[in-house]
Design a protein around this ligand. Structure first.
Ligand SMILES: NC(=O)c1ccc[n+]([C@@H]2O[C@H](COP(=O)([O-])OP(=O)(O)OC[C@H]3O[C@@H](n4cnc5c(N)ncnc54)[C@H](OP(=O)(O)O)[C@@H]3O)[C@@H](O)[C@H]2O)c1
Length: 264
């Protein structure tokens, strides 16, 4: 029986690329995203052109009930889930003082509560299909103090940390957990525009979703624990380790000043 992968946030960006990458590797799919985000069309496209079975669920993942709906759906249909890709994420929006309570709660729900609960609810199914794998899409933001990315970075730090611990804990069940921490990605049109306006070095850190998804899926199959895609990004991580705190503080404050000026 061909296994299934559950992918959250599969309608666009990195999640859509991961869906295509897994379909090309002959894996059936359960795609999840918000209603009216093109999931029926994407599912048809994959069924017709890649010939794998595709289910889709249009759900709001900022609502905890959605995670129960996903597990009920796959269990009722007796789908064997071998891969879980926690990709859906709410990106950052601005300074902490400017964020609404509603936005913060929704970002925490989608980036933290949903991947945690979904992993828990699908665990028995993953165990039954073992060897199985979980791929958590975190971010390089989980390692740094970044202006305008405070809650986002903190949610991703949680996901990276959860992945580390679960990777150890679930080994005895033959389930691997991989955290992938990309830098910038050219996913939404706004991000593509923003990334193009960045300086030379930052532009070198940016990946296309197609490249990032291939790296992520390969890492999941190799059962790697943590992956930072891109050579320049890995160099930045190394530089961050050896740089004294006062230089990092200086660079962060300089960036903050620039952002504050552009705000006024
Ligand atoms: N873009 C970057 O620079 C970057 C860098 C590092 C890590 N990441 C991470 O990579 C992952 C994918 O990001 P992306 O850039 O591909 O973003 P994206 O293009 O905005 O895609 C996000 C996906 O998550 C789904 N989603 C968001 N909120 C949802 C909700 N409440 N309920 C259901 N689905 C929801 C979206 O569905 P709809 O289409 O229905 O809205 C979409 O499919 C995220 O976890 C992000 O944190 C991104």
């Amino acid at each position: 029986m061909k296994p299934y992968a559950v992918i959250t946030g599969a309608s666009s960006g990195l999640g859509k690329s991961i869906a295509l990458e897994l379909a090309h590797r002959n894996i059936n799919l359960v795609l999840i995203a918000l209603p009216y985000s093109g999931l029926p069309e994407l599912s048809d496209f994959i069924r017709t052109n890649i010939q794998v079975d595709v289910h889709y669920l249009e759900l709001d993942l900022s609502d905890t009930k959605s995670t129960y709906q996903i597990s009920d759906y796959v269990n009722n249909k007796k789908l064997h889930i071998k891969y879980l890709v926690n990709n859906a994420g709410v990106l950052s929006k601005g300074f902490f003082t400017d964020l609404s309570d509603r936005f913060i709660l929704s970002q925490i729900a989608v980036n933290i509560t949903t991947p945690t609960l979904l992993t828990k609810l699908l665990l028995d199914n993953l165990k039954a299909s073992a060897p199985a794998s979980i791929l958590n899409i975190s971010s390089m933001a989980s390692f740094f103090a970044l202006p305008k990315k405070q809650v986002y970075g903190a949610t991703k730090a949680y996901l990276t940390s959860l992945s580390h611990s679960l990777n150890k804990e679930l080994k005895r069940d033959n389930i691997s957990v991989t955290a992938i921490c990309p830098g910038g990605l050219n996913t939404t049109s706004w991000l593509c525009y923003q990334n193009r306006c960045m300086g030379w070095l930052i532009r070198k850190t940016i990946l296309n979703p197609e490249d990032a998804s291939r790296i992520a899926v390969n890492a999941m199959f190799k059962k790697e624990k943590l992956v930072v895609p891109g050579v320049v990004n890995r160099c930045l991580m190394f530089v961050d380790k050896i740089l004294p705190d006062f230089i990092k503080d200086y660079l962060t404050n300089r960036e903050l000043k620039k952002l504050n000026v552009s705000k006024t």
